[in-house]
Design a protein around this ligand. Structure first.
Ligand SMILES: C[S@@+](CC[C@H](N)C(=O)[O-])C[C@H]1O[C@@H](n2cnc3c(N)ncnc32)[C@H](O)[C@@H]1O
Length: 202
């Protein structure tokens, strides 16, 4: 799984997410006034969760061990579970469930989106709200037409490129992928090693 390698760069690549967390909180408060409990599915390294924990009692789940390991270091007092968003089972309900930064686009089949919505619905309290965002086909195509994102992190060079999608046969789906390259320099031998990994697939 791609995030097992990308986790090291994720927070640095994503940067400050406080505006996004405030926006999510404003949506929760608008649509579920008085919400106290929030679950984030696909919580990754826990940055959004940490920000939401200032206002709500939070829990998170993700399928990546490495992303969760980062989250656990940052949020030792928050319940974090390794589970699939399509089929998670937590024996409690929440006032709001959040899926942020296009995590739902990692599900490649529309049937898996349906399973996720069903799992979410079964974990919401009455009047609860599901706040999620998606990368649209149009946005992915615009990114594919644009340049690669390149940044140097100490001795690692990270390059991320969204590739043009393949239009699916049903439900107007389109499959795109982002490819990240990392170049690591071994200074003692003055060698360069290139590792290629998929960091995302829509
Ligand atoms: C783009 S990151 C978002 C992380 C976090 N929500 C944030 O905003 O920083 C997507 C996350 O979704 C997780 N993920 C992808 N597919 C998943 C699935 N089927 N079930 C659970 N987590 C999943 C990945 O492991 C990754 O941590």
């Amino acid at each position: 799984m791609s995030y097992e390698k990308f986790y090291r760069f994720y927070d640095a690549v994503m940067g400050d997410r406080s505006a996004a967390a405030s926006y999510i909180a404003s949506l929760i408060d608008l649509h579920r006034p008085g919400a106290r409990t929030v679950l984030e599915i696909g919580c990754g390294t826990g940055t959004i969760l940490g920000l939401l924990s200032q206002s709500y009692e939070v829990a998170g789940l993700d399928r990546s061990c490495k992303m969760l390991a980062v989250a656990r270091r940052k949020l030792p007092h928050i319940r974090l579970l390794r589970q699939e968003m399509m089929s998670f089972q937590i024996h409690r309900r929440f006032d709001a469930i959040v899926c942020a930064f296009d995590s739902i686009n990692h599900l490649h089949r529309f049937v898996d989106w349906r399973k996720t919505f069903r799992s979410v619905a079964s974990h919401l309290n009455g009047g609860g709200v599901f706040v999620f965002d998606v990368n649209t086909i149009g946005k992915l195509q615009r990114l594919a037409d644009g340049p690669a994102w390149i940044k140097q992190f100490d001795r690692d060079l990270v390059i991320i490129k969204v590739n043009r999608g393949r239009r699916g046969t049903s439900h107007g789906t389109s499959k795109s992928s982002s490819t990240a390259f990392v170049t690591t320099t071994n200074s003692s031998a003055r060698l360069s090693k290139k590792r290629r990994f998929q960091c995302n697939a829509f």
